[in-house]
Design a protein around this ligand. Sequence first.
Ligand code: FAD
Length: 426
Amino acid sequence: MRVLVLGGGVIGVTAAWYLAADGHEVTLVDRQPGAALETSYANGGQISASYAEPWANPEAPLKVLKWLGKEDAPLLFRLRADWRQWRWGAQFLLECLPARTRHNTIQCLNLALYSRDCLKALRAATGIAYDELDRGILQIYTDAKEFEHGVAAAALMREYGCDRVVRDAGECVAIEPALGACRDRIAGGIYTATDESGDARMFAVGLAALAASRGATFRWDTAVEAIETAGDAVSGVRVRAAGGATETLTADSVVVALGSYSPFLLAPIGVPCNVYPAKGYSVTMDIGAHRGAPTVSITDLAWKIVLTRLGSRLRVAGTAELNGWNTEMNELRCRSLVRRTFELFPDAAERESAQFWTGLRPATPSNVPLVGRTRYRNLWLDTGHGTLGWTMACGSGRALADLIAGRAPEVEFAFLGHRGATPLHA
Ligand SMILES: Cc1cc2nc3c(=O)[nH]c(=O)nc-3n(C[C@H](O)[C@H](O)[C@H](O)COP(=O)(O)OP(=O)(O)OC[C@H]3O[C@@H](n4cnc5c(N)ncnc54)[C@H](O)[C@@H]3O)c2cc1C
């Protein structure tokens, strides 16, 4: 089968790999000159099934209200005269109901756990290297009330197969000795030994090369302009190459993996896709001769930031700002990431080497991604992975390849158009 994958971030490249491995003739199109140059470029690096609890939970509405207008808030709604933001916000409020939160947590957890297994298998089969570390992820709490809430959420995830164990401050320091410098501030932690970390961009670049060696074609510097339909099928995809020439590509199946930009191509053909960008920031610093950087990936729940060692670099990432498709750098938010890093790990890295980056998480109100078939029989979605795109990339790509081949995926998840199970936000 000829399959066209639209989007060459970590999601599109991973789907292309699994489709090529299935023997399809795959072409991937992206407007950038290479793989993972937008949101997948410098994320937090965590493969974190343990972080599957969605932003939308019963405590979220009050917190979001409290954070309105606070420049360094972990989750900041910048209210705009944009119906897409209001629609997303209204659905987000619905997803905060306890039953929805539980459902969404289980969906995300199932896909994340499956994806982690797929990544391990892919690594074993190909030997792909991406500054990976399998030392687990430790979530630390500096607020006792938040810790109590975290312990309850961990219990639900344990019920569904995620090996999260509750640890006191001393045990957290035993897991990650670099936390010794801030031991007095730690209320407790939750450790998931089976979670991992690594550089999503390195992975995507390496996997694109492996897919190319299996016959996949990559058309970089090529913008997707429109999806064309005829009856109940996609008939072609209009693209524009860097030189300005347009052409219409045809395929038996088309996969949309355009991250935060997916709605722009789907709305004109009437395919619902409630994805809105949640902007985040990261800072990458050289560790140099400093000895106080963590080797276990850390999630700091008070600030909702993650700290991950990637080879000789330390990546610190987080914060979310709902402010449309705006990729301007906000110095204050970047500097607050650096400040918090050195508060927790005074001898972490070369402060002057800090490189700031911003990216738009393709967020659904529920955090559950949109994976599966649309009302067009040959149009598939693999988008809306929000905070967990790196974590869920392999599982989504593998499951999508199964669905396209007519096989049942090996994971319990509400795939679009599959057995009638459609997530509420679609
Ligand atoms: C600060 C931050 C920290 C994060 N930390 C983590 C983490 O620790 N763990 C985790 O699992 N996830 C994390 N994420 C989330 C993760 O990075 C994303 O979910 C993931 O990168 C989304 O991948 P994607 O391929 O869907 O999107 P993208 O990487 O944005 O890829 C979409 C591609 O589509 C292309 N495109 C768009 N429109 C067009 C068009 N019209 N024509 C042609 N091409 C087009 C773009 O060029 C792009 O390459 C983080 C995100 C941020 C912002």
